[in-house]
Unconditional design. Structure first.
Length: 315
């Protein structure tokens, strides 16, 4: 059930499934599980803890011999030597996000790396392609985390971007299984990125309180925060704190992450903002990464083949 396309070729993976670069979460424990299951594990740098990240990259090479990558969240880079840092670690695949794709693209490409940039709009996609990226991660507003304040749903954004660019596209925002992967491919993508689904996996390092909250959540149990305020917009799980923030935007949304460690690893769901996508409403169990990826690929083929049979499509 191997899929051969531009994404698997460029990334060197068996399955075109990428794990989202969630701050403090996307580290060796989770990323190695994704890579070992045939997907693309990603190590985050948005936390700014580069000494820790260096250790995590060393652990990755102990835990897997499969391809993995690093994300550079452009707006949150604290070390001007981030490109050199990534190159020195021997990384071959980088995703860039949350900022101007021209900032580091040329330097990363000159070093021989494959670069995909995360975009929330068509204008952003065209700018990234002009900057020379190898591919795009097209992220709809359903996804958890930091968002464009003028959010666009994947159902609209994905086919729009795919109709205007020639580079391979990975779909993000609302993807968690074979059905959603098949939909992404029908709309022009050649891969998917999973955030909330991996956040709730067995190997995710976050506290079980957050994972269980995802399992218990319905499709309306996220909130879109800071629309029109200073700084980025956010999609997060509905809690007492985030409901209050939805009703009245704070002067500084980033200050709401002061208690992030107590939320992520201590399980206090009111300590900070639990970034989570709308797809939480479709997740009903906590599973190992290997099972998530295997079931996704199996169901993808079953659904695609079933549609071809049902509608008399000859391949």
């Amino acid at each position: 059930m191997t899929i051969h396309n531009r994404v698997t070729s460029l990334l060197g993976v068996e399955h075109p499934i990428v794990q989202a670069p969630m701050g403090w979460i996307a580290r060796s424990q989770l990323a190695a599980a994704v890579s070992n299951a045939g997907g693309m594990g990603i190590i985050e740098t948005s936390s700014g803890e580069l000494d820790t990240i260096r250790t995590e990259l060393r652990k990755m090479r102990e835990l897997t011999d499969k391809p993995f990558g690093v994300n550079i969240a452009l707006s949150y880079v604290r070390d001007p030597g981030i490109v050199q840092f990534v190159v020195e670690q021997g990384i071959r695949f980088v995703t860039t996000s949350a900022g101007d794709p021209t900032r580091y693209c040329a330097a990363l490409k000159e070093a021989g790396l494959t670069v995909f940039h995360v975009v929330p709009t068509l204008a952003g996609a065209l700018k990234a392609v002009a900057a020379g990226v190898d591919g795009l991660i097209v992220e709809g507003g359903e996804g958890g985390g930091f968002k464009n304040q003028r959010d666009v749903a994947s159902m609209v954004l994905l086919p729009l971007v795919c109709s205007k660019v020639d580079v391979p596209v990975i779909a993000a925002g609302g993807f968690c299984d074979g059905a959603s992967m098949a939909a992404a491919f029908a709309l022009g993508a050649e891969g998917i990125q999973m955030g909330t689904r991996m956040l709730s996996a067995v190997e995710s390092p976050v506290h079980d309180n957050w994972k269980q909250a995802i399992v218990n959540a319905g499709e309306t149990d996220t909130v879109f925060l800071n629309r029109g305020g200073k700084g980025p917009a956010l999609r997060a799980l509905r809690t007492e704190r985030t409901t209050r923030l939805q009703e009245q935007s704070p002067d500084n949304i980033m200050a709401e992450f002061a208690g992030v460690q107590q939320l992520y690893f201590g399980g206090n769901m009111e300590a900070a903002v639990p970034l989570t996508g709308q797809v939480c409403g479709r997740i009903d169990s906590i599973k190992p990464v290997k099972s998530i990826i295997e079931e996704t690929i199996h169901d993808f083929h079953r659904i695609v083949d079933g549609m071809a049979t049902r509608y008399g499509i000859r391949r």
